[in-house]
Design a protein around this ligand. Structure first.
Ligand code: F6P
Length: 325
């Protein structure tokens, strides 16, 4: 009996670990004897019929590489029904019954529409450096991004210390503070400014007051790009007005956080989820996202996937206070 055909694509912003997930899914498809086709440039490639047959050999030596061999996009056209219909016709023309979609929460919302309108079974794999997607404890790319941010902040610390200077380092995360919190704690930052709390600015003032007379101290303030304060430059202005004698600087890390070789943790997470996506097809699961919760693979219906908000409890605030002493 010929098994059904599977397509795989990456959608939304790239993250380190996408290739590891593609590799694992392609190898698992081969193991379970499915034909697998790659779709280039995410939803855009579905519309333009950019289909590419894949086999075990096509994914050799990609596990350590950043970016995505399938390329990616944020598609505006897929929001329009006439383009979605073209995409569905293309999938049917190639006898595709299952689509493995590696994406963030926005892409998963698109997947729900696709599954509903076309009847094609969509299996999601969560990726975003922002880590703000439900149905998994960690999304692919988050660990690498936080490690890149941590290394960059450590380097900035050297300059800050040598010149007794306060640096505001802006990290990515869109509306979420996961990267800022993790990288901030890991680098011993004196301030961590995130969108999930407005108690962080007062904490920063308190720390500056305490450290003001320390002759050789440096300050690092990690600022999440989505904070209501409006970014690192705005915060620098606010602090300069309050403390005109502090020598300040700003560094925006930007897309550096999305590139390069994935960490061991991201490669292994991506590998687990890539295999789990094909095993979902093989077990006849329909329209679910594979995630890892408490170290175990768990499948969550796509309709329950959304954006996740970092919870800042009193314990985190207490720890930050302790660390700033
Ligand atoms: O969602 C991932 C992310 O890197 C966010 O952290 C950031 O706000 C956004 O994408 C940047 O998007 P773009 O690459 O389109 O500028």
């Amino acid at each position: 009996m010929t098994k059904s055909h599977i397509a795989i694509m990456t959608s939304g912003g790239d993250v380190p670990g996408l290739n590891a997930a593609i590799r694992a899914a392609v190898r698992a498809a081969s193991f379970y004897q499915y034909k697998i086709i790659g779709i280039e440039k995410g939803y855009e490639g579905l519309i333009d019929e950019a289909f590419l047959p894949l086999h075990s050999g096509s994914v050799s030596n990609i596990i350590s590489k950043g970016g995505t061999i399938l390329q990616s996009s944020r598609s505006e056209r897929f929001k329009e029904e006439k383009f979605r219909q073209i995409a569905y016709q293309n999938l049917k023309k190639h006898n595709i019954e299952h689509l493995i979609l590696i994406g963030g929460d926005g892409s998963m919302r698109g997947a729900q529409v696709l599954a509903k309108e076309s009847g094609i079974n969509v299996i999601g794999i969560p990726k975003t450096i922002d880590n703000d997607i439900t149905g998994t404890d960690f999304s692919i790319g988050f660990d690498t991004a936080t490690n890149i941010a941590m290394e960059a902040i450590d380097r900035i610390r050297d300059t800050a210390t040598s010149h007794h200077r306060l640096f505001f380092v802006e990290v990515m995360g869109r509306n979420a503070g996961y990267i800022a919190l993790e990288a901030g704690i890991a680098t011993g930052a004196e301030g961590i400014i995130i969108p999930e709390t407005n108690r962080d600015l007062q904490l920063l003032y308190d720390t500056i007051e305490q450290k003001k007379n320390w002759k050789n101290s440096s300050y690092i303030v990690v600022v999440a790009e989505g904070d209501e304060i409006g970014g690192a430059y705005r915060l620098e202005k606010t602090i300069q007005q309050k403390y005109p004698n502090i020598y300040t600087g700003v560094s925006i890390l930007g897309h550096i956080q999305r590139g390069g070789s994935p960490t061991c943790r991201d490669r292994n997470l991506a590998t687990k989820l890539g295999i789990a996506s094909i095993e979902a097809v093989n077990s006849e699961l329909k329209n679910v996202m594979a995630g890892v919760i408490h170290e175990n693979i768990q499948y969550t219906p796509l309709e329950n996937i959304g954006s996740r908000k970092l919870k800042i409890d009193d314990n985190i605030i207490k720890n930050l206070k302790i660390l700033s002493k």
